[in-house]
Structure formats: C-alpha cells, structure tokens
Design a protein around this ligand. Structure first.
Ligand code: ATP
Ligand code: MG
Length: 359
C-alpha cells in the first residue's frame, strides 16, 4: 500500500456558530475511512471580531503566515460584523482572499433527490473574486446638477481566463464524481458564461471573449459551453435551476447569483463555498456567525461538512469528497436527524453523528 498522504489543515472557527460547526468539520475529516489512505494534521488559528477585540487585529499575521507556510488548505467558520462601523476593523476573510490570491469563489447549490419535487438542483456558481466593480475605485464629485458618483468596473484578460479555466476544470471533475452516482440525469458537463456584453461591450465583452477562448482549450472538448445574459440568467435560474451545471461569472453578477441560488435550497445552513487559488483552498460555509442561535448546539453543520468536501476536491481528493457528499445526502434523504432550520429537532451533534455513521 502506498504511503498515506498527509494534509495539513488550518482551522479558523472565527465567531459565533463558527465555533460549533468547524469542530464538526474536523470530526468528519478524522472519521474518513482508512481505505482512503489520508491523514490530517490540524493547526488551530485565530481570526474574527473576537480576535480583533482581543488583539487589535481581525487577522493576525501569524494566521496568514501559518496558512502560507504550513498548510495545504483550511476551514473558515464565520465572522460577525459589528452593526456599526468600528475603526480598524475589516473582514478577515476578504483580506485572506487577497493575501493568498484566492481568486475563485465556488458555491455549489444542491438538493437531494428525496427532498425536492421534480429533478434535483445540482449546480455550482464560480465567481471571479478579485476585480470587476469590487476594485472599489469610486469617486464623488459635484456635477452641474448636483453630486455625481462613479465606480470603476475593471475586467482583465488574466482574471477572466483563469476563472474560466477553473470553471471548466470543475465541470470535468463534477462529471467524474457524477458518473460514479447512477442517479445522475446529466450526461455532459456544461459551463454557462454569464455576462452583459450586449450593453457593456468592452468590459463584459472582454470577459465573454476570454472565457470563450479559455474554454475552447483541448482539455475541455467534452464540455458544452453556452452563454447567458445575466438578467435572463436570473429568470432561468429561478424557473429552471435543474438545467444548470457550472455557471461562471464576473464578481458582481456572481455575488448576486450566488445568494439568489442559495435561496433555492431552503436553509443557509446547507450551502457550502470554497475560496480557491492555484495552490490553496479554504472551505467556508455560506452562512454568517448567526448570533441568534449561537451556543445552543442547534446550528446546522451541513454547510460546513459540504465545505470540507469541496476543499478536499480542490486538494485533489475526489474520492474522499464523494464519500462526504454521499453521507450528507443520505442524512437529508432519510430526514430523521434534521436540525431546526430544516424543520427537525436534532442538535448539531446529532446531525453530525448521523452523517458520520453514513460515511
Ligand atoms: P452575520 O453578521 O455573522 O452574517 P447574521 O445575523 O446575518 O450574522 P447569518 O449567520 O447570516 O446571521 O444567518 C442568517 C439567519 O440564518 C439567522 O437567523 C441564522 O440563525 C440562520 N442560520 C444561519 N446559519 C445557520 C445554520 N448553520 N444553522 C441554522 N440556522 C442558520
Ligand atoms: Mg449574515
């Protein structure tokens, strides 16, 4: 038998329910079957609003340095944002994405066969995470009829190309994982390029053209590539979500589509995400710190467990990821141990234990 692969994983629980769900993420990694030949070294790391209050920094240098030097990937829980602006405080996850050049935000949205009527939804939104209107270059000035505000929308060939390439790779990998699941209804991987180049012919035009070029590469010859103008994308996404496979979009459209799509599956407690760069992936549940349910052991751990699987996919461990996805789907389909956000009565611990039993 080949030597086990050891993955070094940073654990950043952050604030609120992050401290309840990240330990669940660690547990599922520790519980993976030994036949997968995987070992994990965990490093506990700090970030978040509580860290800010304690140390004056929401993202201590030590956290960044340790992730860079000692980790293959990480799990990030949640950070609470103070309701009024606090001097010196800014979101640590946004800073982390910058510092580690995690240029893709990947958000799968999925229902299981048993819990939906009609075809299951199984799509993923791949959002560019470094440019577009989010370069935050804004200015306000006095015009002849009052104030005017402007913002720069920056789209580059490099960022559009690498985000489209990663979208294509995700489509291929999903197809591989799907072929192992006989229930799948899709037989060809597909990427939908989303833009508004009919109006923004230069910026979105460049995104569209570059995405087309990147996805025309030989290795994507089995991938069906199509385009959708963002407004009609929203319409179709809500009318016919089961149609989509991988959706790739510039930052702003991706942001909006991601949150909209998450609404299709019911609870925020189910939706995972990953922040991905060329050599690193951070799994992160989409929900926030949920102060309203903090400390009660009722937070749904599934968004985190799926984020663990997503991180593993990007670290090249598809088989381990598939095991976790299947165990989670099994729990949801059975419907016996569901947390309160899903209409059930099970605690965080009980949902976790049920998923672990199905691994
Ligand atoms: P933050 O400022 O950290 O985002 P928030 O008050 O906006 O906090 P969210 O975490 O965004 O809260 O959650 C929004 C709602 O969804 C809350 O009512 C919360 O209880 C619920 N929720 C979020 N995550 C979960 C989860 N994992 N399990 C159950 N309910 C959740
Ligand atoms: Mg929130």
């Amino acid at each position: 038998m080949a030597a086990a692969r050891t993955l070094r994983i940073g654990l950043i629980p952050g604030d609120g329910i992050g401290r309840e769900v990240i330990p669940a993420g660690r547990r599922i990694l520790e519980s993976l079957p030994s036949s997968l030949n995987l070992k994990f070294n965990f490093v506990d790391l700090e970030a978040g609003y509580d860290t800010f209050k304690k140390t004056g920094s929401a993202l201590p240098d030590k956290t960044v340095e340790t992730l860079k030097k000692e980790c293959d990937g990480a799990l990030f829980g949640a950070v609470s944002s103070p309701s009024t602006k606090v001097a010196g405080y800014s979101s640590p996850i946004v800073a982390l994405r910058k510092k580690l050049d995690l240029y893709a935000n990947v958000r799968p949205v999925k229902t299981t066969i048993g819990s939906s009527n009609g075809n299951p939804i199984d799509l993923v939104i791949v959002r560019e995470n470094t440019e577009d209107l989010y370069v935050k270059e804004e200015k306000t000035y006095d015009g002849p009829d009052g104030k005017v505000a402007e913002a720069i929308k920056r789209i580059s060939e490099r960022a559009s190309s690498r985000i489209s390439t990663i979208a294509g790779e995700i489509a291929l990998r999903r197809q591989k994982i799907r072929s192992a699941a006989p229930t799948s209804i899709r037989d060809q991987p597909m990427v939908t390029i989303t833009h508004k180049s009919n109006v923004l012919s230069q910026t979105d035009g460049l995104f569209r053209e570059t995405a087309r070029k990147a996805l025309a590469a030989n290795k994507f010859s089995s991938v069906l590539v199509e385009e959708q103008i963002v407004d009609s994308m929203v319409y179709k996404l809500f009318r016919q979500p089961e149609y989509y496979d991988v959706i790739v979009a510039p930052n702003l459209y991706g942001d909006i589509l991601s949150d909209g799509a998450a609404a299709l599956v019911g609870s925020l407690g189910l939706v995972p995400s990953a922040n991905v760069g060329d050599n690193f992936a951070i799994g992160e549940p989409c929900h926030g710190s949920a102060p309203d349910i903090e400390g009660q052991n009722i937070a749904n751990p599934i968004a985190t467990l799926r984020s663990v699987a997503l991180m593993l996919e990007f670290l090249g461990e598809e088989a381990a990821a598939a095991k976790i996805y299947a165990a989670v789907d099994g729990n949801l389909d059975a419907g016996k141990f569901l947390s309160p956000d899903m209409g059930g009565k099970a605690s965080t611990t009980e949902v976790l234990e049920d998923v672990l039993k199905r691994l």
